[in-house]
Design a protein around this ligand. Structure first.
Ligand code: GYE
Length: 315
């Protein structure tokens, strides 16, 4: 610095050397479809600010084509790192090859992809969705043991967005777990796109087909369960009492529904990935070796602990 004729002091601003330039992170978000997503977006925005990272944020409104456009625009802007939460699992090879050719590292958050070449992304941070489905399924098996010791147990399933990692994996884990009791059968299964409105609409259709009694609802997220609760009540039935409900995420709305006696249980899925993502972006830029897969730790909460847990919830 002396050789450059610069001095550092309390009053002298630090010269803008290349290394001091804030890291620029382009992030393509799925959308704003659920409470989970809102918490995830807030976590990412807050963490970027905290970490002094310049965040370019794009909301894809649950459309893959919008995510592809956003990633291409991040490449054109020569951001340092690209991160995204892929709405669906497949169809990413071309755009990720473009990022690789431009030498921009890609981090996956929340949802996984299926690509031909795993070197197309550096690391993936997010939950184990199969395990979440298993937890929900084990709870259903337990519920049936206590509440329906004999006879069939008819389940309806509200799936997440078609082709998304959480919808595929949560279905798989649940189906695996309910095999423990052959009386548990999935009567109907349809996508509610992870939204309240769609969850309500599809549940209404499930309830209209009055061929068999529905004993239990499995919703791939809390928002769809909350929509379905409305449909159940409007049909003159009581959630929990007439139809048991298990869902996933553990958002505030689910805890409130449990306190109100309208939801049996929620499996936690942590959306607060922002701080870890910022650290990973810095590490990747610094050339550190990163593990290919980073999973988040999660629990399961039943209605009897909801009132006590609610004030502690961060999302
Ligand atoms: O469960 C759901 C959201 O990908 C884990 O996306 C996420 C899921 C979450 O819309 O509420």
């Amino acid at each position: 610095l002396a050789a450059l004729g610069l001095t550092l002091g309390a009053s002298a601003p630090t010269p803008a050397l290349a290394a001091d330039k804030p890291l620029v992170l382009g992030f393509s978000q799925v959308g704003a479809e659920s409470e989970w997503r809102t918490a995830n977006t807030n976590s990412i925005k807050d963490a970027a600010k905290q970490a002094g990272i310049t965040l370019k944020f794009a909301d894809a409104q649950q459309k893959q084509e919008n995510q592809v456009k956003a990633i291409r625009s991040f490449i054109a802007q020569k951001v340092d790192v690209i991160a995204f939460s892929p709405v669906v699992e497949t169809g990413w090879d071309t755009v990720l090859k473009e990022a690789k050719a431009a030498n921009i590292p890609v981090i996956l958050t929340d949802r996984a992809v299926k690509v031909s070449d795993p070197s197309l992304y550096v690391t993936f941070i997010g939950s184990d969705f199969v395990e979440e489905g298993r937890k929900a399924g084990k709870w259903a098996v337990d519920w049936a043991k206590k509440n329906a010791p004999t006879g069939e147990v008819n389940i309806v399933e509200l799936q997440g967005t078609v082709g998304s990692a959480p919808a595929i994996d949560r279905k798989k884990g649940f189906e695996e777990a309910i095999q423990a009791d052959p009386r548990l059968k999935i009567l109907r299964s349809q996508s509610g796109d992870f939204t309240r409105a769609k969850g309500k609409e599809v549940m209404e259709a499930f309830l209209k087909a009055k061929d068999k009694k529905i004993h239990l609802l499995y919703a791939h997220n809390d928002d769809m369960a909350i929509g379905a609760i409305q449909a159940i009540e409007e049909a003159g039935l009581k959630p929990v009492k007439d139809i048991a409900i298990v869902s996933i995420d553990g958002v505030r709305g689910a805890f409130e529904a449990m306190v109100a006696g309208k939801l049996n249980v929620t499996v936690e899925c942590n959306p607060l990935l922002g701080p870890q993502l910022m650290q990973l972006a810095k590490d990747v830029k610094a050339g550190k070796q990163l593990p290919k897969r980073i999973t988040t730790e999660e629990g399961i909460f039943t209605a009897d602990v909801a009132a006590q847990e609610l004030p502690k919830r961060k999302y």
